[in-house]
Every structure is written in C-alpha cells, then in structure tokens.
Ligand binder design. Structure first.
Ligand code: NAD
Length: 488
C-alpha cells in the first residue's frame, strides 16, 4: 500500500510504544477508515495497568533526559521534524484514511506538525532563569525546571498536530511523556509520532504512546508518577480530566471546544466574506475546535452572503478522500452523524431555514446552510462538529458583540470589515482567546499561544511563548558561601 513503508505495520501492528514496541495487557483494537469501514491496521489497546507501567518507566528516564544537553535535545527534535517532512506523503495518506481528512488537510498536519517540533527544539535553547535581588549577601536565582512526566491526551480531529504540539514542547523542555491518542486515530495521533522519534534517536523511556479511551485517560490523571496532564478534547472530557487531576493535585492544561463567531460587517466584500465563512464552517467537515460555528451577518448584506454561501455549499462534493477529489470527507462516527442531524432538525423545527444540505449518506454529511438561526436553538448554543453554516443576522455592531459573547465558550472569533478601526473596536469586546481581524476563525500555528476562555479551557495556552510557562515550573535557588548560625 505504501511505497516507502516508513510506517511498516510489521514493526508496530498490534502493539503500543512503551519504551519500545510492546504488546499491551488490554489486547488490541482495529483502526478503521471512517469513509468505508475498512480495517487499516490494529494497534495495542492500553488499560490502566499499561499506563502505570509506562509512567514508571517515564519517571525513571526523566532525570537523565533533563540532564541531556539542550543542544542534543534540540538536535533529536529537529531530526524528528526532518523525518516527518521526508515521509510526509506516505504519512499523510494514513491521516487521510484514518481520520477522513482531505489531502490538503492531511498535508497541513504534516507541515504544521514539523513546525511545532522545530518550534519546540528552539525552546530547548532558550535562557532558563534569572538572578534575583536578595535581602542579604547570598546569591539568589530562579530557574525553570521540568515538571517530570507529562501525560498527553489528544482528540481525533487533528490527531497529529494536537498530539505533537504538547509532546514536542514537553520533551524539549526536559520532561518525559506518556501519551494517549484517541482510540479512533491512534496511528496519526500516536504511532507516527513514536516512529519519527524512535528513528530520530530519542532515548528509550522518554516517550510512550498508549492508544486507548477514557479509562487509560483517567488513569493518566490519577497516576502518582505523572506530574501534569495536557488535555485537548471536549468540554465534557475536560471537566472530568480536571476533576480527577484536581483530586490528585496535578497540574492540568485544558484545551477544549468552541462555538466561534465570524462577524461580517456591512462594508465587507461579499465574495471574500462568503469564502471565509465557507472555509471556517466546512473545512474538515466542521470537525475543528475553532470552526466557524456562527456566522453573524449584518442584516443589510445577509441576503448577499447567504446566496453565496448556499452556492458554495451546493458545489462542495463529499466523498471518500482516499479515492476521490472531494472537499468534504466522512464524519468520524455514526454517533457524530446523529448528533449533527439532531442539531439541524432542532433548528428547522424551531424556525430556521434549511437552504442547503441537511442530509447524509452514511458518514458523508452534505455541506449545510441554515439561516435564521437564533438563541434557543441547539445550532446557536452548541458546538456542532459537522459541516453546518449557521447564519444569524444582526442590525448593529453592538448587537453582534452581544450575540457573539452569549456563548459559554470563548475560543476564537473573526471580524471582517473594510474598516480596520471598526473591526478592531468590535473585536476588542469579544470574549475569546484568539481574535482574527479580517479572517475566519480557523487559524493556528506553533508561534501563537493558543487556548480559550470560559468553557473552552482553564486559561492555559499551548504554543509560542506559553510553552515554557506551561511545561516547566520555577525553582528558587539561594546560595550562601558558607552556612551561618541562627538564634536557635
Ligand atoms: P473527547 O473529549 O471525547 O476525547 C478527546 C480525548 O480525550 C480522547 O483521547 C478521549 O479518549 C479522551 N477522553 C475522553 N473522556 C476522557 C476522560 N473521562 N478521561 C480522560 N480522557 C478522556 O473529545 P472528542 O469529541 O473526541 O473531540 C472533539 C472535541 O475536542 C471537540 O469538543 C473539540 O472542540 C475539542 N478540541 C479542542 C481543541 C483545542 O485546541 N481547544 C482542538 C481540537 C479539538
């Protein structure tokens, strides 16, 4: 199937990566292609006992890894990035098949994955501390030190990038990692990562990849050898992870869902604005945390935007991205298709107009446009994770802000206007972690601190300058030239 066979199943089929390719105690799981149900491979399924085993090995390896010269850590990371790019075409085809990604989205994962690793490599070479003023003649300094073992839990939708962005930064800064990818995407979210780091010469014990579901995930959160958990997933999963980590006094980073508004003001170019809305709502079938979940349009241009969006939706083909040139691939599961349908039906029952799509064949959900979406409809309130453009009209900029800020989430927003000052004034009032002026909501990359407010997270960020803050902690060191006596 794969010409170069970097990811030869003979090496990892049926196995997990616990210091090395190993059988797991919980058996195996078949990985299927959501476009056609074909079994692609099997991997080792991990349970709590496997997590415990991996965490012990990770802890044992951590001190040596933290003492490894930063230049060597950076060199290994850069080699892993090279390998990801070198084998990009082969690896992207696994992403396409396993997660239902169109080719260009799979290639974005390869490109961004490599960028995240290179960014992490640069973190290893940053200054790590500062000298402090003191109250006597001792020397005081503060330095950033790794937490120890970091547990990473990632979702199915951008499996490679969302796993790598935490794993690479944690490792670069001297932590070791126990990683649990989503059991539906363990290859793109885990096996690829284990293989590139294995081949790049990462010492044994530094990275462990344990495919599995919520049970091993919760085991990571309670394991005494794991100091921090970096979680990307739903608000529901994140609340549970936060609760278990809290009980065990563990540091936790929560990167959760979103209901992201794109606000289109009345002076916007209609063709460009509609194209932004379509990209934000339909890319990867809308299965993106920062997908454009609400398209807030000034009522003066609502008709023009709606007509353009409907025309686009009707011309975006859905199908198997491995065999056809399509714009939309499959939705990840039956359950998710049912959720999308329920939200669309609820909107229509409550008075929204269904102008395109609203139907599916198996896992292929048609690009859908709903207009007249209002508060009280599930389509207004909830993250859909499907290709549904929800148009909401407003009559003043103040009302647009009010509608956008109603959401309990606060991940990303976009504002499109020909008047930059007006767009910035409006954008400044939005309660979000990412604000994009004259762009839609789907944006990300290694140099930006990414995260959300409200139900979108717990105020942590991943990427850019946030990584050192997140994946290390302060240690204060004071030093006297000799010990001195106290009154006791
Ligand atoms: P999910 O929460 O069900 O699963 C995500 C991961 O968490 C998976 O690995 C899953 O096995 C694990 N998990 C689930 N329950 C758990 C528990 N109780 N304890 C430990 N681990 C558990 O999420 P999903 O629905 O599969 O993924 C989509 C969600 O992820 C959406 O809400 C999306 O917005 C969000 N997401 C957020 C970001 C971000 O950066 N903010 C990025 C991508 C996706």
């Amino acid at each position: 199937m794969h010409a170069e066979r970097f990811l030869d199943t003979a090496r990892w089929g049926g196995l997990a990566y616990i210091s090395d390719w190993q059988e797991t105690l919980a058996g195996t799981i078949n990985v299927t292609d959501p476009a056609n149900g074909n079994v692609l491979a099997s991997v080792g399924l991990c349970g709590a006992a496997d997590v415990s085993r991996a965490a012990k090995q990770a802890r044992a390896a951590q001190k040596d890894w933290a003492r490894t010269p930063p230049s060597r850590r950076a060199a290994i990371l850069n080699r892993a990035a090279d390998l990801l790019e070198q084998h990009g075409a082969e690896l992207a085809s696994w992403i396409t098949q396993e997660s239902g990604s169109i080719h260009s989205k799979a290639m974005i994962e390869i490109e961004h994955g490599a960028l995240f690793i290179r960014h992490a490599a640069s973190l290893a070479l940053q200054p790590t501390g500062m000298f402090l003023p003191g109250m006597d003649d001792r020397t005081n300094y503060a330095r950033r030190v790794p937490h120890g073992v970091v547990g990473v839990i990632s979702p199915f939708n951008f499996p490679l990038v969302l796993s790598l962005r935490s794993i690479a930064a944690a490792i670069a800064l001297g932590n070791t990692v126990v990683h649990k990818p989503d059991p539906r995407t363990p290859i793109s979210g885990g096996i690829i990562i284990a293989r590139i780091f294995e081949e790049a010469g990462l010492p044994k014990g530094v990275l462990h990849v344990l495919p599995g579901g919520a049970d091993p995930g919760e085991a990571l959160c309670s394991d005494p050898n794991i100091a921090m958990v970096s979680f990307t997933g739903s608000a529901r999963g994140g609340a549970k992870v936060g609760e278990v980590c809290g009980r065990h006094l563990k540091r936790v980073q929560l990167e959760l869902g979103g209901k992201n508004a794109l606000i289109i003001l009345d002076d916007a170019d209609l063709d460009i604005a509609a194209s932004n809305a379509a990209w934000g709502a339909f890319l990867h079938q809308g299965q993106i945390c920062m997908a454009t979940g609400l398209i807030l349009v000034d009522e003066k241009i609502e008709q023009g935007i709606t007509e353009r969006l409907v025309a686009k939706a009707q011309h975006l083909p859905a199908g198997d991205p491995s065999t056809n040139r399509v714009a939309l691939g499959p939705i990840i599961s039956d359950t998710q298709v049912e959720t999308i349908q329920k939200i669309v039906d609820d909107a229509v029952a409550k008075g929204a107009r269904l102008l395109a799509g609203g139907t599916h064949e198996g896992h292929f959900y048609a690009a859908t446009v709903l207009s007249g979406v209002k508060p009280g409809m599930l389509a207004f309130e909830e993250e859909i994770f499907g290709p549904v453009a929800c148009i909401v009209s407003f009559d003043t900029d103040e009302q647009a802000v009010e509608l956008a800020n109603r959401s309990e989430y606060g991940l990303a927003a976009g504002v499109i206007s020909a008047n930059l000052g007006r767009a910035v004034t409006l954008g400044d009032q939005l309660n979000v972690g990412q604000l994009h002026i004259n762009d839609q909501t789907v944006n990300g990359g290694p140099y930006a601190p990414f995260g959300g407010r409200g139900k979108s997270g717990n105020g942590t960020r991943v990427g850019g300058p946030a990584d050192i803050e997140e994946f290390t902690q302060w240690q204060w060191v004071s030093m006297k030239s000799a010990a001195t006596p106290y009154p006791f």
